[in-house]
Design a protein around this ligand. Structure first.
Ligand code: FE
Ligand code: CA
Length: 530
């Protein structure tokens, strides 16, 4: 969603103070200097972008790195394949090696490495590192899933989204790395494609991303952030994308900003390639031309089945609003059109099959945009509902089929995890949002952004549309003033969500605190304050 350029935190005086104290001039000569964190020369190391892991099974995990001695300028490698050694150990000192191997980093993949470390023990933590060309990477930490059928006693997740580099520092990731978690679930807007903004807290380089090199350099810029690197090195990530990995509010093959179809097809293809290259994803997700298999699922034993959805690649265009607009508008008949889709037919069927067969205590649907109904019409004086048409409100036929499925088939304890909107929300999803007697079929937790801004002027409009007697009685919590992340602490008995918020985006050492906590009790429809 595009609510959102410029920072509510960044007043002119703050910026001048910041520039004086942070050594931001270093950015002009290719160095990164972050107050309160270690300085990192962009040209110092083959493994300048750190390490990452993700997409575990009970016996394997995907390990990632990239060879990039000059990360902001195409990587700096000569166009030849390079052998990379990898090691997995029981201990952080890398003494008790349990697996090792070699893999080739290829120029066609930007010298990224995606290697599956297999033959591991279920429900176990491991450490890993890479070496090539006489250099050795930092040591990362990762874990496998519990064995199939076992009921783990606990699962702790960070849910994150929307990390606009230009809008501020990643104190939220520092806070995540300081927690004891099993995974980070990223629901999209890992990068922003926007051109450099000289007035921002820190700057993108160059214009809006268009080419493969542009997107690669943008991922490199983000991944040079030491706090983001630390979070990747400490936990496996489960990732999905939203729009900004390609372009704001794009849907399926359609640019929202008037790029002609052929040119946009090419752009989507290079953007998908750069996303795959830089994420800890398995070969099954490798792009084929301009398509990519991103939706997939993970079983944390029998405690949780996690569906990672792809709500961008197969979507119909947003209804009822002009391309390039804010995307908020009054309801028109298209929001109900049966031939319009959010997930596509195959993904919808795959979701139902996975829910039907699930034996998990918690069924977790991690995805991009708000599934809850969000009618802004009351405060805007509109008799007709007013929606963010980029969210599920613009795709109500498919949403209703999913809500009906949940009501009919009753998979255990559905939880929806969402990003996109740069603000924190909790809602009870009812089969029929307009009928307060209709059953609650799921609870949705929306994390606020890591750093992307929310337009403060929307806050009173939203708040005036909330409350038990409003048109949105199912929405239980909204917090739009802060950035941060959501900590989900899960046991067989209850799901607790803590909304962590950063005090200021202009300081990577910013304090982070819990602003609100909510609980779902297993077997009890609905959500309550903790
Ligand atoms: Fe975003
Ligand atoms: Ca988005």
């Amino acid at each position: 969603m595009m609510i959102l350029r410029g920072s509510p935190f960044l007043r002119p005086i703050d910026r001048r103070t910041f520039l004086r104290t942070s050594g931001a001039l270093a950015g002009l000569v290719g160095l990164r200097v972050v107050p309160g964190a270690r300085a990192l020369a962009a040209t110092s190391s083959l493994f300048s972008l750190g390490v990452a892991s993700g997409d575990p099974t009970p016996t394997s995990v995907l390990l990632w790195t990239r060879l990039a001695p000059d990360p902001l300028n195409g990587g700096g490698m000569s166009p030849k394949p390079v052998r990379v050694r990898w090691e997995v150990a029981r201990d952080e000192g890398m003494q008790q090696i349990v697996r090792r191997g070699q893999v080739t980093a290829k120029p066609g993949d930007g010298h990224t490495v995606h290697v599956i470390a297999g033959g591991l023990a279920p429900d176990s933590w491991y450490f890993y590192r890479f070496s090539a060309m006489g250099e050795t990477s930092r040591v990362g930490r990762t874990r496998t899933l519990p064995a199939r059928g076992t009921l783990a006693s606990r699962l702790r997740l960070a849910v994150v989204s929307c990390q606009d580099y230009q809008n501020g520092y990643y104190a939220a990731y520092r806070d995540i790395a300081e927690h004891d978690l099993d995974f980070v679930v990223h629901t999209g807007d890992y990068i922003y494609e926007y051109a450099a903004n000289p007035a921002a807290i820190r700057q993108h380089r160059g214009g809006e991303c268009q080419t493969l090199d542009d997107y690669r350099n943008r991922y490199a810029l983000y991944r040079l952030d030491p706090q983001l690197q630390d979070a990747h090195a400490r936990f496996p990530f489960l990732v999905t994308w939203d729009d900004h990995e390609v372009q704001n509010n794009y849907t399926g093959p359609i640019s929202d900003e008037g790029v002609p179809a052929d040119a946009f097809r090419t752009r989507r293809a290079v953007a998908y390639q750069a996303y795959w290259e830089h994420m800890p994803l398995r070969a099954s997700s490798r792009p084929r031309r301009d398509t990519m298999q991103l939706y997939r699922r993970f079983d944390f034993g029998r405690l949780a089945r996690i569906f990672m959805l792809d709500g961008r690649q197969f979507r119909s265009d947003q209804p009822c609003v002009e391309p390039g607009s804010l995307g908020v508008g009054p309801e028109c008949p298209d929001v109900f059109a049966e031939d319009r889709t959010f997930l596509g037919t195959r993904q919808e069927r795959w979701l139902y099959a996975g829910l039907r067969r699930s034996r998990a205590r918690w069924n977790v649907i991690a995805q991009q945009v708000m599934m809850m109904r969000g009618d802004l019409g009351e405060a805007l004086g509109s008799a007709v509902p007013v929606y963010n048409m980029d969210a599920w409100d613009g795709y109500q036929a498919q949403r209703q089929r999913i809500l009906d499925f949940l009501a009919r088939e009753r998979p255990a304890n559905p939880i929806v995890l969402t990003g996109d909107i740069h603000s924190a929300w909790v809602a009870e999803l009812r089969q029929n949002f307009l009928d307060p007697a209709s059953p609650v079929v799921a609870v949705e937790f929306v994390c606020t952004s890591i750093s992307s801004s929310f337009l403060d002027s929307f806050i009173p409009i939203i708040e005036a549309n909330l409350g038990p007697n409003s048109r949105n009685p199912h929405i239980r919590f909204f917090e739009g003033r802060h950035r941060g992340w959501t900590l989900c602490d899960v046991t067989p008995e209850r799901w607790q969500a803590d909304f962590r918020v950063v005090q200021t985006l202009s300081d990577p050492a910013s304090p982070v605190e819990t602003v609100s906590s909510w609980v779902v009790d297993a077997g009890v429809p609905g959500v309550r304050p903790a």
